[in-house]
Design a protein around this ligand. Structure first.
Ligand code: G6P
Ligand code: MN
Length: 451
C-alpha cells in the first residue's frame, strides 16, 4: 500500500508515521510519499521520520520518499492524506489578528478566522481534487486540511464518496467520556452529530444503556475531563449533551474574544514562532542521530500543553490533565480508516462525509460529522436522532455560511464573501463583515481572486 501525504513537511506528519510504524498487519502501508511545496520543511521532516524508524528498530518500517512535484506524488497512490495549510502559520496568525482587531472571534477554524481560511483554501483544495481525479482516480482521499468540513465538501464535488474528512476532536471526546463511565472506548456507542468543530454528544450507549444522564448528574466526573471543565456542569446539564470543545467559542463567545484580544500573541503567532525554531533546528545538517526527533517531541509537548489555554483561563480551570493531553487520536483515526477500507474490516468511526438523508434539515450533499460504518465501500453515515432546535439553528446557519464560502471561491465574488462573513452567528454586523473582508484581502495574497 502506498500512502501520499500532501503537506508532507507539516508538523503532524510524525504522528501518522509513528502509527504506521506500529502496524505490522497484512495490507499495511509499505511506502510513504511526502509532498510539499517547501523543500526545506520536507528535508526536516524526512530527518524526523528517519529518526523515528531508527528508534522503532522494526524491520518493516515504511520506506519514505519526498517530492515537490504533485503529480509525481499522486501517481500510484492507494491513499492520499491531504493536510495542507494554505498561507502557512503566518496566514493563520493573520486570520486571527484581523478578526480580533474588529472585536470578533479570531480563531483557526471558527467564525471570521475560519471563513478567511476557507476562502483561501477552497480554491487550492478544488485544484488538488481535480489533480487526484486525473492522476490517482482509484485513490481514497482522507482530508485533514482545515476548515475540514468546508474543504471536504469542496473536494467531494470532484471526488464524491472517495474523500472522507477526519478530525480528532469528537473521537477524543468520545474516548474520554467512555472511560469515565467505565467502558472501553471501542465498546461505547457515541451518539454524536453536527458539523466539523460544531457537534454534540447526545448519548453514550454501553451494553444497551444510555450512560450520559448518569454522567451529567455526576459533578466529580464532569470535573475530570476537558469539556466538563470548559463548559461547567450546570451548562452541560442545561444542554443535556456534551458539546465539542470548539462550541466554547459560541457559548462563551464574549469571554473568549476578550481573553484572545488580551493575550500577548494569538495561537497562530505562537505556533509560527515555535515552529520556526523547530524547522531551523531539525533541518540543520550534520546533526547527531535522534536530534531531529527529540526537537520534534519537545515542540509537540509544549504545543499540546498550551492548546486552548485562553479558553481554560476563561473557564477558570487550570492546566490540562494527562488524559486531555493524550492525543484524541488524529493518526489513530486515519489508520483505523485506512485499515477498514483496505482490508474490508468493518469499523465505526466519527467522520466528515456527505449527509445523504441523515439530518433532515440539510441537503444530501452537505458534509456533516457523524458516526459512519466504514468498509471497502467507503464511509456511510449511520442514522442518528434529530438535533434539538438550538443545535439545528447553529448547524444550519453555519452550513449556510460554508455554502457562501464555497460560492465565493467558485465565482470570485466579493459580495458573496461578505455574505459569508455577515451571516455567521459570531459576526454581529454587515458593516463588520465588510471591514473583515477588506482587512483580510489586504493581508492575504491568496484572496486576490475575489473581485
Ligand atoms: C485540534 C483540531 C484541529 C486543529 C487543532 C489546532 O486537533 O481537531 O482541527 O487544527 O486542534 O491545534 P493547534 O495546536 O494547532 O492550535
Ligand atoms: Mn479538527
Amino acid at each position: 500500500m502506498r500512502l501520499t501525504i500532501l503537506g508532507g513537511g507539516g508538523f503532524r506528519v510524525p504522528l501518522v508515521y509513528g502509527a504506521l510504524l506500529g502496524d505490522h498487519a497484512e495490507g499495511r502501508v509499505t511506502r510513504v510519499v511526502l509532498y510539499d511545496e517547501d523543500a526545506a520543511r520536507l528535508g526536516a521532516m524526512a530527518r524526523v521520520l528517519a529518526d523515528q524508524a531508527a528508534a522503532a528498530g522494526v524491520p518493516d518500517a515504511p520506506a519514505v520518499t519526498a517530492t515537490t512535484d504533485l503529480d509525481e506524488a499522486l501517481r500510484g497512490a492507494d491513499f492520499v492524506f491531504s493536510a495542507i495549510r494554505v498561507g502557512g502559520l503566518e496566514g493563520r496568525a493573520a486570520d486571527e489578528r484581523v478578526a480580533l482587531a474588529e472585536g470578533v472571534l479570531g480563531q483557526e477554524t471558527v467564525g471570521a478566522g475560519g471563513i478567511a481560511y476557507g476562502l483561501r483554501t477552497v480554491p487550492v483544495a478544488r485544484e488538488i481534487a481535480r489533480r487526484i481525479a486525473r492522476t490517482a482516480p482509484e485513490a481514497w482521499v482522507i482530508n485533514f486540511t482545515n476548515p475540514a468540513g468546508i474543504v471536504t465538501e469542496a473536494m467531494a464535488e470532484e471526488l464524491g464518496g472517495r474523500v472522507i474528512g477526519i478530525c480528532d476532536s469528537p473521537v477524543g471526546l468520545g474516548r474520554r467520556i467512555a472511560r469515565l463511565v467505565g467502558a472501553r472506548p471501542q465498546d461505547a456507542w457515541i451518539d454524536y452529530v453536527g458539523l466539523n468543530h460544531l457537534g454534540w454528544v447526545r448519548g453514550l450507549h454501553v451494553g444497551g444503556r444510555d450512560e450520559l444522564p448518569r454522567l451529567l448528574a455526576d459533578d466529580g466526573a464532569l470535573e475530570s475531563f476537558e469539556e466538563g471543565r470548559l463548559f461547567g456542569a450546570q451548562w452541560l446539564r442545561s444542554l443535556g449533551a456534551v458539546p465539542n470543545e470548539y462550541l466554547h467559542y459560541y457559548y462563551f463567545n464574549r469571554d473568549t474574544v476578550r481573553a484572545y484580544r488580551e493575550a500577548a500573541r494569538t495561537r497562530g503567532a505562537f505556533l509560527r514562532d515555535q515552529q520556526r525554531g523547530f524547522y531551523a533546528q531539525a533541518g540543520r545538517p550534520g546533526q547527531p542521530a535522534g536530534a531531529a526527533l527529540a526537537a520534534w517531541d519537545r515542540t509537540r509537548a509544549e504545543r499540546e500543553a498550551t492548546y486552548m489555554a485562553e479558553n481554560r483561563e476563561v473557564a477558570g480551570v487550570g492546566e490540562r490533565d494527562d488524559s486531555d493531553l493524550e492525543s484524541g487520536g488524529y493518526e489513530k483515526v486515519a489508520l483505523a480508516l485506512m485499515r477498514a477500507i483496505a482490508r474490508d474490516e468493518r469499523a465505526t468511526l466519527i467522520l466528515n462525509v456527505r449527509n445523504g438523508s441523515t439530518l433532515s434539515v440539510l441537503d444530501a450533499e452537505a458534509v456533516i460529522e457523524v458516526p459512519c460504518l466504514v468498509d471497502a465501500n467507503g464511509a456511510h453515515p449511520v442514522g442518528v436522532a434529530p438535533l434539538p432546535l438550538h443545535a439545528v439553528g447553529l448547524v444550519t446557519s453555519v452550513k449556510a455560511v460554508e455554502r457562501e464560502v464555497l460560492g465565493a471561491a467558485a465565482s470570485g465574488s466579493r459580495a458573496t464573501a461578505v455574505k459569508a462573513f455577515a451571516l455567521h452567528p459570531l459576526v454581529d454586523s454587515v458593516g463588520v463583515a465588510r471591514r473583515l473582508l477588506d482587512g483580510y484581502a489586504a493581508v492575504h495574497p491568496g484572496l486576490a481572486y475575489l473581485r
